[in-house]
Design a protein around this ligand. Structure first.
Ligand SMILES: CC(C)(COP(=O)(O)OP(=O)(O)OC[C@H]1O[C@@H](n2cnc3c(N)ncnc32)[C@H](O)[C@@H]1OP(=O)(O)O)[C@@H](O)C(=O)NCCC(=O)NCCS
Length: 142
């Protein structure tokens, strides 16, 4: 199989990324009006990595990660926050290609490590070479 094309997200990817976002089974319901405010901010941010995987000129998946400057790691790390591949196009390597593209970006930005909080996709990230290292806690504010 050819390596899937991965490129930085662009403004015209908004509809496709929002559709993918709706696929997440999660405690927050995505709101389109809020998305339309935040999506351009992410595209402009120097600390966000937002990539899409392309199949036949259509968006088949996306990944969102953030570069965080840390003290403990003696430098920046990248945290992967969202990874979603269209259910119709799974098991074709898009997820792996998106993760590898984010890792490459992290390397270019001199990140020390790439981390990902996840529950459902634990085994997936282990498969991609990640090592389980911590539990993740949250306290909701709204
Ligand atoms: C996890 C996900 C991104 C993988 O995308 P993908 O493009 O299908 O992944 P790849 O093609 O790189 O790898 C597919 C392989 O991973 C396996 N896999 C997929 N999800 C998995 C999971 N949660 N746990 C373990 N293995 C998983 C598949 O069975 C497949 O195995 P195969 O190659 O032996 O058939 C996709 O299933 C998805 O979008 N899931 C819903 C959202 C999600 O869980 N995101 C990650 C947490 S933020």
């Amino acid at each position: 199989m050819n390596t899937p094309l991965v490129r930085p997200a662009q403004p015209h990817d908004a509809d496709a990324i929002f559709s993918l976002l709706m696929q997440f089974a999660m405690s927050y319901q995505p709101d389109r009006a809020t998305f339309d405010v935040h999506f351009p901010q992410l595209l402009q941010s120097g600390h966000a990595t937002l990539f899409v995987a392309i199949l036949n000129e259509q968006v088949a998946g996306y990944i969102l990660g953030f570069e965080l400057l840390t003290l403990y790691a003696n430098g920046p790390i990248m945290e992967l926050q969202e990874l979603m591949v269209d259910p119709q196009h799974r098991s074709k390597g898009f997820g792996r290609a998106l993760v590898e593209a984010a890792i490459e970006q992290a390397k270019q930005r001199h990140c020390v490590e790439v981390v990902v909080p996840t529950r459902r996709a634990r085994d997936y990230y282990v498969k991609l070479g990640f090592v389980e290292t911590a539990s993740y806690f949250k306290r909701k504010l709204s």
